[in-house]
Design a protein around this ligand. Structure first.
Ligand code: GDP
Ligand code: MG
Length: 297
């Protein structure tokens, strides 16, 4: 049985727009293998989109390029339909030479823009399928140090084409202090390299509650997350999604333990529509303008 994901708030996020057609939302996950991408996707949508992976036998031939793999699911909540697609990018960062790991990912994002543009140019535009990537979760290895060259390169290549949401993977492997220091260094690196990450928007005349919410979310970026769909028992007898250690339990849905709840709030409950809008109005529009200019139109 699926739990409550939270997108049923979409009609409110969209205000006047029609909810009849349902919504399309595409999220991409990027990061070295083993950082918990599939687990986090399952945790976010509380449904096993990704079945447990069979380990490759040692002699199996390993792919030598980044693959682009999509999974879609139609989910419904309080009468709101969402066609959710998750684009996984296995192979990123896993090779001896990762210099061009970002390339197939840029190509995939641009070809989705291309397909959208082509549909927009059709006479009959009633059945436009929006396969554009609305958010890219970029998983940082929990080293506690700084961004790695591959992280900087990826974000520099992608930040004008997709809403980047950096996250610290497997945050349970760092202490609270290490997380705080690591976040500060990541943000300093991001600023130094002029990388634009997705910002929760603020509007004039917004009420206090909404402003507090934006501030709370923004203060957690880059989100330090823990993923798990396993139910574990806490010492005080509760059943929670989490990870059990000899020294205690890390609770996925406990805001004192990690930023999972805030990430979900940003991605699904509060800003799914903002992510879609920014993709359409800014990222896609800039790409389209540049493309038409380069074609001499
Ligand atoms: P992917 O290759 O990035 O998709 O990573 P997976 O989701 O397949 O996870 C790789 C391994 O890391 C699995 O054994 C997971 O159980 C484990 N894992 C996933 N998320 C976390 C996490 O937040 N913390 C810890 N400690 N382990 C995790
Ligand atoms: Mg995976």
């Amino acid at each position: 049985l699926m739990g409550y994901v939270g997108f049923a708030n979409l009609p409110n996020q969209v205000h006047r727009k029609s909810v009849r057609k349902g919504f399309q939302f595409t999220a991409m996950v990027v990061g070295e293998s083993g950082l918990g991408k599939s687990t986090l996707v399952n945790t976010l949508f509380d449904t096993p989109l990704y079945p447990p992976k069979e380990p490759l036998p040692p002699h199996a031939e390993r792919p030598s390029t980044v693959a682009i793999e999509s999974i879609s699911a139609d989910i419904e909540e309080n009468g709101v339909r969402l066609r959710l697609t998750v684009v996984d990018t296995p192979g990123f960062g896993d090779f001896v030479n990762n210099e061009e790991s970002w390339k197939p990912i840029v190509e995939s994002i641009e070809s989705r823009f291309d397909s959208y543009l082509e549909q927009e140019n059709r006479v009959n535009r009633s059945k436009i399928v929006d396969n554009r990537v609305h958010a890219c979760l970029y998983f940082l290895q929990p080293t506690g140090h700084a961004l790695k060259p591959i992280d900087i390169e990826f974000m520099r290549r992608l930040h004008t084409k997709v809403n980047l949401i950096p996250i610290i993977a497997k945050a349970d492997t760092l202490t609270d202090e290490e997380v705080t220091d690591f976040k500060a260094r990541i943000l300093a690196d991001i600023a130094y390299h002029n990388i634009h990450i997705f910002q929760a928007p603020t509007y004039e005349n917004e009420d206090e509650e909404a402003i507090t919410e934006v501030e709370e979310i923004t203060s957690k970026i880059p989100f330090a997350v823990v993923g798990s769909t396993n139910i574990v028992h806490t010492p005080d007898g509760r059943e929670v999604r989490g990870r059990s250690y000899p020294w205690g339990v890390i609770e996925v849905d406990n805001e004192d333990h990690c930023d999972f709840v805030k990430l979900r709030q940003m991605l699904i409950r509060t800003y799914m529509e903002e992510l879609r809008e920014y993709t359409n109005d800014v990222l896609y529009e800039n790409w389209r303008t540049e493309k038409l200019l380069s074609m001499g139109v």
